[in-house]
Each structure stands twice: as structure tokens, then as C-alpha cells.
Design a protein around this ligand. Structure first.
Ligand code: BGC
Ligand code: ZN
Length: 369
């Protein structure tokens, strides 16, 4: 089969010939790849600072954001039939019998650090014609979401992040939402960054009732600002409102959702977090030398304002199920905006421009059909 991947030993990003997979377990499902999203992680792997091929292979097939259609099911498969649309998850558990999270299907919390990740870390990904996986790593996609379901995986970052926020905020000694109100009602959230993870996060926060803002560099007007404002989220440019003034504009910031991956900005904005607030980090920056941060201000705030800082990496089965359900809500409420997240669909032959060329748009997708 044709596949796109990296050969780290030769520092090559290229088209590969990859063997077609077959079912080797009763719970296996064979899937025809339909769409694969390109993200910052893929582009980073193509600079060879991140990612690794499976043991014994000199290449890694890329691709971890996928939508496919079931073409064959093993004798033990219960959840799927041929023709179903499915989205696969990324992380696979470590083999250690003593890893409590992995043995409970929570490899997103793997405690041995020997998990694998499809298309990223020691496990081939989905940027190829077919793939096989255990049914437990697949989530059903309703046919009406076929055109946008490639956004599910990046949306799971926000879903898992939000689940962590609710757990974290159980530390506060009063109850959650009032009956009939979404959990974020009355709370202010700031999303840092206007890439796909940021915009999908802003949609998820909005659906959860937060008064939501996106804080990003470019001045208004710009296409991403127009897009977020089209679904009722205010866009604030950091060139126009500095971190000191952010809370004056927003009000007390109860939640900051970092989706920018840049350490300097991430720590600078931490200064604006409000009383009892929670700061969620999702970005994975490449290793860089240390930088100065406003450490005493941040530390004073964290203590005196009871703040929490949580990292989140995706994702568990619930996060995938919630992402499908929220994507359905976005599709009903903001059909145009959600489609605009997909910048363009390309053929596999276009891989070089997408992976090593200049980044453009929001979410570029490789379509196999
Ligand atoms: C993927 C995650 C993965 C992370 C770290 C992200 O781009 O969406 O599933 O865990 O990279 O490798
Ligand atoms: Zn990704």
C-alpha cells in the first residue's frame, strides 16, 4: 500500500511502500482510511525531534487523526459492522501487568511511560490506505458527521481537558452547576491560541456554558477571529490587549485552556488566571533552552488564589464519545463554522507541502477517496 512516513535514520519524509494489514485477532477490525488530518505533531515528527518508528522498522507511517470505514470485522467484533464510519484513538497501552492505568484502559495515564502512539511513537499510523485495530480503540461515527469527523481526535484534547477541569474543581468546597444549567454557566474561559485545538476547544467550552474568549496574536480583522466570532466567542489580540489588561476585559478568569504550545506565552498568560482558577496545558513544545518567567508573581498567585495547573494528554474512550456528541452539537449550531475548520482536502501526493512546507490554514486533511 502507499503510505507516507518518516525514515529518521536518513532524515527523510517520504512516500513508502507499506504491507497491507490483515486481521490477526477475533476483535480486529479492518478499516479503509478516508480522511487523515495533519497537525503540529506530524510536522514536528518531520523535523525529527519527536516520534519514533516501531521496534525493528526503520520508518514510521505518520497520521494519528483519522476517519475510516469498516471493510472487514473479526468473528468476535460486537460494536461494528462493514460500512460503519469509525474514528481510531491514538495511544495504546503498555504491556506491564503492574501498570494500573493501562490495565484499566486508561493508557492516557500510563505509569510506566512505555505506551505507544499510532503515527507518533513506535506504532505505525493511519496515513495509508488501510489499517487494522482492535474494536476497543474505535469509536462509531454517525454518517451525518462523515465530512467533519476527522476533527474528532483534536477535539478529544479539549474533551479530556474539560473532564480533568471538572475533577480538579471538585477541590472547591461548593457544588457545581445549578439544575438545568450547563456546568460552565457563569464562568469565564480563555483559550490561548487559534489553531484547530484552540478553536475546537473554544467550541466545546461555549457548548459547556462558559463565557469564552480566544486570546491570540494576530490583530483583528483576520480569518480566525472572524471564524471564532461567528460562533459567539470573542477574539482578543495580544497585540491589542496585553496580559496585564486581559482580566480587566474578561473579568475573573476561571479557566485558561492553553492550545498554543509556546512556553513563553503560556507562562506569561498564567499571570492572568483568576481566583480559584484552573490552567490546562495541552501543548507539547520541542526541547528548548530555559527562559525567564515571572516566577514569584506566578507562585504568589498559585498559593494565594488557590490555583491549579493541570496537564492533559489525550484520550480515553469517554473523551472520544463526548467528542462525537459535541461535534454533532457544533454541526447543528454552527454548521458553517465547523466546516470552515477544514481548510482543504488534499491527495496523498501533496504530503510534502503539508508536512514540511510553510504551515497554512487551520486543518488540512489528506483524503483517500
Ligand atoms: C496527539 C495525542 C498525543 C500527543 C503526544 C498529539 O498531537 O493528538 O494523541 O498523545 O500528540 O504525542
Ligand atoms: Zn494531532
Amino acid at each position: 500500500m502507499r503510505a507516507v512516513g518518516v525514515v529518521p535514520s536518513r532524515k527523510e519524509v517520504r512516500m513508502l511502500e507499506h504491507p497491507a494489514p490483515s486481521l490477526s485477532h477475533a476483535n480486529h477490525v479492518k478499516i479503509r482510511t478516508l480522511d487523515v488530518g495533519i497537525c503540529g505533531t506530524d510536522r514536528e515528527i518531520c523535523t525529527f525531534v519527536y516520534g519514533a518508528p516501531p521496534g525493528g522498522s526503520d520508518y514510521l507511517v505518520l497520521g494519528h487523526e483519522a476517519l475510516g470505514r469498516v471493510v472487514e470485522v473479526g468473528s468476535g467484533v460486537k460494536k461494528f459492522k462493514v460500512g460503519d464510519y469509525v474514528v481510531p484513538s491514538v495511544r495504546r497501552p503498555c504491556p506491564d501487568p503492574g501498570c494500573v492505568p493501562c490495565r484499566q484502559d486508561r493508557q492516557d495515564f500510563c505509569s510506566t511511560w512505555t505506551f505507544t502512539e499510532r503515527g507518533i511513537n513506535q506504532y505505525h499510523g493511519y496515513m495509508t490506505e488501510y489499517f487494522v485495530d482492535d474494536e476497543k480503540y474505535l469509536t462509531f461515527v454517525p454518517p451525518e458527521l462523515r465530512d467533519i469527523a476527522v476533527l474528532v481526535e483534536p477535539l478529544t484534547v479539549a474533551e479530556k481537558g474539560l473532564a480533568q477541569v471538572w475533577k480538579t474543581q471538585q477541590r472547591l468546597p461548593w457544588g457545581g452547576a445549578k439544575p438545568g444549567e450547563p456546568r460552565g454557566a457563569g464562568l469565564n474561559a480563555v483559550v490561548l491560541g487559534a489553531g484547530p485545538v484552540g478553536i475546537l476547544g473554544a467550541m466545546a467550552l461555549k457548548v459547556n456554558g462558559f463565557k469564552t474568549f480566544v486570546y491570540s496574536r494576530s490583530k483583528k480583522p483576520n480569518p480566525k477571529a472572524d471564524l471564532v466570532e461567528s460562533f459567539g466567542v470573542e477574539y482578543i489580540s495580544s497585540e491589542e490587549v496585553n496580559v496585564e489588561d486581559l482580566a480587566k476585559k474578561v473579568g475573573s478568569i476561571d479557566l485558561i485552556y492553553e492550545a498554543v504550545g509556546v512556553p513563553g506565552i503560556t507562562f506569561d498568560v498564567m499571570r492572568a488566571l483568576g481566583i480559584n482558577g484552573v490552567y490546562v496545558m495541552t501543548g507539547i513544545p520541542a526541547p528548548k533552552p530555559p527562559i525567564p518567567v515571572a516566577a514569584s508573581e506566578i507562585m504568589r498567585n498559585v498559593v494565594l488564589k488557590n490555583q491549579a495547573i493541570v496537564g492533559t494528554v489525550n484520550a480515553d474512550g469517554d473523551a472520544f464519545a463526548n467528542a462525537i456528541s459535541d461535534l454533532g452539537t457544533f454541526h447543528q449550531r454552527w454548521p458553517k463554522a465547523v466546516r470552515q475548520l477544514i481548510t482543504a482536502r488534499h491527495t496523498l501526493d501533496n504530503f510534502e507541502e503539508l508536512l514540511v512546507g510553510k504551515a497554512f490554514g487551520i486543518k488540512n486533511v489528506i483524503a483517500f477517496e
